[in-house]
Write a protein that binds this ligand. Structure first.
Ligand SMILES: [Zn+2]
Length: 78
């Protein structure tokens, strides 16, 4: 997994993969499919990001985000 993400309400946060940091400021918004880093202001389409980083297909990313919204688990182990 590219980054540890913790559920935080309707979004989740983790350490930014784009810059070094000691407190998580990388925020992903599953409902809009976007991410934003409050540390370095990196932002973009989380679907394209996961497809590139995790070698997932568009369908796999959509499924992961959908299941996250219901289970707060981005990458179900099953
Ligand atoms: Zn960052």
């Amino acid at each position: 997994m590219f980054v540890d993400l913790d559920p935080s309400g309707t979004h989740f946060v983790g350490f930014c993969p784009f810059h070094e940091e000691k407190t998580p400021s990388f925020t992903v918004y599953p409902e809009t499919g976007t991410y934003f880093c409050f540390g370095c202001e990196a932002h973009g389409d989380v679907i394209a990001f996961l497809m590139h980083k995790e070698s997932m297909t568009y369908g796999q990313v959509c499924e992961a985000l959908e299941s996250y919204l219901f289970t707060n688990d981005l990458f179900p182990t099953s």
